[in-house]
Write a protein that binds this ligand. Structure first.
Ligand code: NDP
Length: 263
C-alpha cells in the first residue's frame, strides 16, 4: 500500500484527499492519501520521511519550503523555485510543479487570453507568471507589499504595490493571494478592486470551495468568473499521474477525480 499526503497550514479545507482517494479506490490502486497540518515548513522533509510517504502535495504557505526540501527538481518547478508535488524516488525527494499547467487547463474556456493581471506575488503567482510568459501573455503583478515583487523582475516590468498601481485593460484578473481563504478580505483595497473589475473581461480566483469577496464583487458586476476548482482538478490530475508513475490512464484519473467533486 502506497501512502500520500497533503501538507499545508491550513489544510483541513483541502479537497485533495477526496480527489486522489476517489481515483485510487475506483481504479483499485493500492494507495491511500491523507492530510497533514504542517506549521513549520522547515520540518517538511523530516515529516515526509517519518510518515513513510511515497509522495505528497504541498499547499499554502509551504511551496517554497518544499522546493528547498527536495534533492532534485524537475521540469517547470526548476524555473519557478516553487514545488507543489513531491515524489519519493528510492529515498530521494523529487520536486515538481503542476499548479501552473492546472491553471492553464482551467482557463481554456475563456478563449484567447493575451493580457493578465495577477493579484498576489506568492508561490502560485510566480508559477502562473512564468507559465503565462511562456505563452507570450502580457503579465502585470499587483501585491500588498514590495518584498516578493523583487522575484518578478525577470518576468515583467509591470510590478506594482497598492500605492503605485496603474490599471490597464486586462483579458483576465486572477486572485492568487490568500485573502478570502480564511477571512472575508478583498485581495486589495476596494477602490482598486473596483477599478480592476471595470477593466477586465474575465475574473478567476485560485481559492476554491467558496465565493470569495473578490468573486462576489465580480458576480455583482456580471463579469464571467470561476473559482479555483478547475485549477485544483488540473493540478491534481497531473500530480496523480506522477504518483502512479504511468500505471493508470490519464482519462481514467480525470474521470474519477472529477466525480469526487460531486461528493
Ligand atoms: P503564498 O503564501 O506563497 O502567497 C500569498 C500571497 O497572498 C502573498 O502575495 C501575500 O502578500 C498575499 N496576501 C496574503 N494575505 C493577504 C491579504 N489579506 N490581502 C492581500 N494580499 C494578501 O500562497 P500561495 O501562492 O501558495 O497560495 C495562494 C492562494 O492560492 C491560497 O489561497 C491557495 O489556497 C490558493 N491555491 C489554489 C490552488 C488550486 O488548485 N485551486 C493551487 C495553488 C494555490 P504579501 O507578499 O504582501 O504577504
Amino acid at each position: 500500500m502506497k501512502l500520500f499526503a497533503i501538507f499545508g497550514d491550513p489544510v483541513s479545507h483541502s479537497r485533495s484527499p477526496l480527489m486522489h482517494n476517489s481515483v485510487f479506490k475506483n481504479l483499485n490502486y493500492k494507495a491511500c492519501y491523507t492530510r497533514f497540518h504542517l506549521l513549520d515548513g522547515s520540518k517538511l522533509r523530516e515529516t515526509f520521511f517519518n510518515l513513510k510517504l511515497n509522495g505528497a502535495n504541498i499547499t499554502v504557505p509551504h511551496k517554497e519550503a518544499a522546493y528547498n526540501a527536495c534533492d532534485e527538481i524537475r521540469g517547470f518547478a526548476k524555473k519557478v523555485g516553487v514545488v507543489n508535488t513531491i515524489i519519493n524516488e528510492d529515498g530521494k525527494l523529487i520536486g515538481y510543479n503542476t499548479d501552473a499547467d492546472g491553471f492553464m487547463f482551467s482557463i481554456k474556456e475563456f478563449g484567447d487570453i493575451k493580457k493578465i493581471l495577477i493579484l498576489g506575488a506568492g508561490g502560485t503567482a510566480k508559477a502562473l507568471a512564468y507559465r503565462f510568459i511562456q505563452d507570450d501573455i502580457d503579465v502585470t503583478v499587483l501585491n500588498r507589499s514590495q518584498n516578493r515583487l523583487d522575484d518578478f523582475k525577470d518576468i515583467t516590468h509591470k510590478c506594482y504595490t497598492w500605492d503605485n498601481f496603474k490599471c490597464e485593460k486586462y483579458d483576465l484578473a486572477v486572485n492568487t493571494t490568500s485573502a478570502g481563504l480564511k477571512d472575508e478580505n478583498l485581495p486589495a483595497p476596494q477602490e482598486i478592486i473596483k477599478e480592476i473589475l471595470n477593466n477586465t473581461s474575465f475574473v478567476a480566483d485560485a481559492i476554491y470551495g467558496k465565493l470569495t469577496p473578490f468573486l462576489k464583487l465580480a458576480n455583482e458586476k456580471k463579469i464571467i468568473y470561476k473559482d479555483g476548482a478547475d485549477m485544483l482538478l488540473g493540478q491534481g490530475i497531473l500530480a496523480n499521474e506522477l504518483f502512479v508513475n504511468g500505471e493508470l490512464k490519464k482519462e481514467d484519473i480525470k474521470t474519477y477525480m472529477q466525480k469526487s467533486f460531486k461528493l
